[in-house]
Design a binder for this molecule. Structure first.
Ligand SMILES: [Zn+2]
Length: 171
């Protein structure tokens, strides 16, 4: 995704954006405004490890977290702050917090429900319970009816996220 510096318009791309760390991508905004084309410079929206969270999005996340009836924390130790504390804001207005993670987290005592398991397995059961079919991923060779292969394909697709979780877990 790229975001315009000037009008804040966002562009979802099918290709990988060439930069990361909120840098200029070289693209220009094609959005129209009252004075014609915006032509603002576009930046990527990928945070690098040392980047601060963007203020506008963080404030919006806090507002939504405070209003939530239920926060689902899926596959995270909640150790990376300030994002890790966002789900707990739901508690301030009577909301509930569910933590689903393989290992314990330091916020387990504050959770209304703790599930130690794989997110894929838990969410498959939740969706079954709700009677909502899980859409097939866009991967052309995935075969949902073979659940093991499907799980493997999804884990491969989400490999980066899985590694992040693993590295957090050992810290
Ligand atoms: Zn623009």
């Amino acid at each position: 995704m790229e975001k315009c510096d000037k009008c804040k318009r966002e562009y979802v791309r099918e290709r990988v954006v060439p930069t990361m760390g909120l840098k200029l991508t070289g693209g220009r905004c094609v959005g129209g405004g009252a004075r014609g084309r915006c032509r603002g410079r576009l930046r990527d929206t990928v945070l690098d490890w040392e980047d601060e969270l963007p203020v506008e999005e963080t404030e919006r996340a806090e507002r939504h977290a405070r209003c939530a009836d239920l926060s689902l924390c899926l596959g995270t130790t909640l150790q990376i702050l300030p994002a890790g504390k966002l789900p707990l804001l739901a508690k301030k207005n009577g909301g509930s917090v569910v933590i689903c993670n393989l290992q314990p987290t330091k916020y387990d005592k504050k959770a209304d429900l703790i599930i130690h398991g794989y997110v894929d397995d838990v969410m498959t059961r939740v969706m079954d319970g709700l009677g909502i079919p899980i859409p097939s991923p866009d991967c052309p060779d995935s075969r949902r009816e073979k659940s093991h292969e499907f799980t493997t394909a999804k884990k491969t697709k989400l490999g980066k996220h899985t590694r992040q979780q693993s590295s957090e877990d050992v810290t």
